[in-house]
Design a protein around this ligand. Structure first.
Ligand code: FAD
Length: 323
């Protein structure tokens, strides 16, 4: 991923998509069809989530391998390390390497209630332990991403309060242990993201490393899902955002989507402009849905350049093959 970012020209934007493995075969078939279409938008990479404790190991690997090998997409496999065994982690890393996957998002995951109660978190207590383990076992084969929290991480077991300053030394520790990029939790408060980015870059222990930070954005497809997802992710919703969704339109999904698309594009523009184009890549929590994402990237003055470039490449491919 970072090699691909470094190959872009200085002001060339990019975007990426997160997918989760569907539970049913029918869902998987639908997702594969959607993935084929979404790959034509030109994401720089895609990521595939991992069920904490390895609960989706087989399905996550299957989806990641399809993305990498069949669709030719640069793929990043999420991997969690708490409440699991070294064998599960070894198997996942081995399968990823054997199938040409070169990117891992190294996460802690959430400890189960039982493990938390007994402190039985295993040999990997924090995400940094997984970053170190991957580097030790695989050297520089994998490009490693880690999670960042613009509004602070709310830890159900250790400390439920949120404070980005509290997490910062641990994020720096993950980077210094070998992480190459930071993917953030979803947020709607742009100021929080900008302060988080500034705070990270001001850390003396980072030793001037110009770490890539990719903001995570979630399209709003449905008002109820938006409320639930922000609550689960401990993301605040500024009044200026809430005010956009009048009570009478909250049940009108088309209208909610339309407002959501404008809102996300305003966030992208603000982040891009306020960081002088230094933050030029955006990661979408797609929830495996296509429509809003397509509207966002096509309507964004910044990201539509990526789609246009991809279209030109495809046209060139077609004309080359018909010559
Ligand atoms: P860590 O970096 O270990 O941090 C967890 C907490 O511990 C923080 O509060 C931190 O401040 C503290 N901490 C860290 N290191 C230390 C230390 N050395 N000493 C003391 N305290 C420390 N979950 C899944 O189950 N599957 C997924 O696919 C998934 N994908 C995600 C993708 C993204 C982009 C993000 C942001 C989160 C994702 N999560 C996923 C959720 C994630 O697993 C949880 O948020 C989890 O609670 C924390 O994981 P972490 O990697 O940030 O942990």
């Amino acid at each position: 991923i970072t090699d691909k970012i470094n190959q872009l020209s200085a002001d060339e934007p990019f975007f990426s998509f997160e997918f989760f493995p569907p539970k049913t075969e029918h869902g998987t078939r639908n997702l594969y069809a959607r993935l084929g279409r979404m790959s034509l938008m030109g994401p720089l990479f895609v990521t595939v989530t991992w069920g904490a404790g390895g609960t989706t190991a087989e399905k996550s690997l299957g989806l990641a391998i399809t993305c990498q090998k069949e669709l030719g997409l640069t793929t990043c496999l999420h991997l969690t390390c708490t409440n699991t065994t070294r064998e599960v982690i070894d198997e996942a890393l081995h399968a990823a390497k054997a199938n040409g996957i070169r990117n891992i998002l190294a996460l802690r995951g959430d400890p189960s209630r039982e493990a938390s109660a007994s402190h039985g978190l295993g040999e990997f207590e924090h995400a940094v332990d997984l970053v170190k383990y991957i580097r030790k076992q695989y050297g520089n084969y994998f490009c490693i991403g880690v999670a960042g929290y613009p509004e602070g991480h709310a830890d159900g077991f250790y400390d439920a309060s949120q404070n980005p300053k509290k997490d910062m030394p641990f994020l720096v520790e993950k980077i210094n242990a070998g992480a190459d990029f930071v993917l953030t939790q979803l947020f709607f408060d742009v100021d929080s993201f900008l302060s988080f980015n500034k705070l990270l870059r001001s850390q003396p222990d980072l030793r001037n490393k110009d770490i890539t930070v990719i903001p995570g954005l979630m399209p709003i497809n449905n008002y109820g899902v938006f409320q639930r997802a922000t609550k689960l992710s401990h993301a605040s919703i500024p009044d200026s955002v809430l005010d956009r969704f009048d009570e009478e339109i909250q049940n009108d999904d088309d209208k909610v989507k339309e407002i959501g698309v404008s809102l996300i594009n305003e966030m992208i523009k603000e982040i891009y402009e306020k960081t002088d184009g230094k933050i030029k890549g955006f990661h979408f929590y797609t929830l495996n849905l296509e429509k809003s994402i397509a509207q966002i990237v096509n309507q964004s003055p910044i990201l539509s350049k990526v789609v246009e470039k991809k279209e030109k490449e495809l046209e060139q491919c077609v004309s080359d093959s018909s010559d």
